[in-house]
Design a protein around this ligand. Structure first.
Ligand SMILES: [Mg+2]
Length: 266
């Protein structure tokens, strides 16, 4: 009887015991991963997100109309990023977050190969408007050659103008877009740059610190809504990379620590 009581007691205690690491995991899930569920929730469920996209493209149209009033030596071009500027990849972020994972190249290729990303509100109308005014559109993206076919398929599905090989400028070796902007500028007057990431506009934001990024925005503030048209992206971008010191080899725990260190409470 005493032995039975002992076994029952051990069994009861075992049932209650949860390893400390598991408790931590339950109480303190990865900010990095779960945060993307919340930001994707905003992208996918808020009319405010749609309104911000329309606002950006309304500014783009207004700005383009102003530019069109003046003569230009070279033909005019609008240079736009693709991801989170033209196409919405939030389903990828949700898919990964629900698996408890963040971005990686292999899963990203799986997603882009589907060519299923939806257009962002206002984007298709704006690029069709630009094309109707004789303005060339270049899609300048850090997707790479492996994604060329599916990217064009995705753009063509919604009939984006200039969705062809010569207007899709993919990443070759470097992520900075500066040399590709300069190549376009040899033959075109780039009148508008559209993107969700400040490095879509200038080297002022290529791999810079959080403070440098902010300072350079302040210095160029008059360009926003004029030459630089910004789309909202709370899921990822140079703003997040800056917090990690622009290093891509940090663990999830290290990234979580960096995020917490940059949060202000009271
Ligand atoms: Mg982008």
């Amino acid at each position: 009887m005493r032995r039975l009581f002992f076994f029952l007691s051990v069994a009861a205690l075992s049932a209650c015991y949860v390893p400390k690491t598991a408790v931590n995991k339950q109480i303190e899930p990865a900010l990095l991963v779960n945060g993307k569920l919340w930001s994707s929730f905003f992208i996918q469920s808020s009319a405010e997100y749609d309104a911000l996209c329309y606002q950006a493209y309304n500014f783009a149209k207004f700005s383009l109309d102003e530019v069109l009033k003046a003569p230009s030596g070279k033909p005019l071009a609008v240079v736009t990023d693709i991801d989170e500027t033209v196409l919405d990849n939030s389903p990828y972020a949700v898919h990964r977050a629900l698996e408890g994972k963040d971005f990686d190249a292999r899963s990203w290729y799986e997603w882009t190969s589907k060519a299923e990303a939806l257009p962002l509100p206002g984007s298709l109308d704006f690029f069709n408007y630009a094309a109707s005014k004789g303005v060339t559109v270049f899609y300048l993206t850090n997707r790479d050659e492996a994604e060329r076919k599916a990217t064009l398929e995705n753009l063509k599905k919604y009939k984006y103008p200039f969705s062809d090989d010569s207007h899709l400028i993919l990443k070759q070796s470097v992520s900075s877009k500066e040399s590709r902007r300069q190549t376009i500028a040899e033959n075109f007057n780039i009148v508008l740059l559209i993107g969700d990431n400040l490095s879509d506009f200038s080297t002022l934001w290529d791999k810079k610190t959080k403070n440098e990024r902010s300072k350079n925005v302040e210095l160029t503030q008059s360009e926003f809504g004029k030459k630089y048209i910004v789309l909202p992206n709370p899921n990822y971008g140079g703003w997040e990379d800056a917090i990690y010191g622009n290093m891509h080899n940090l663990t999830t725990a290290q990234k979580d620590s960096a995020i917490k260190a940059n949060l202000k409470g009271y």
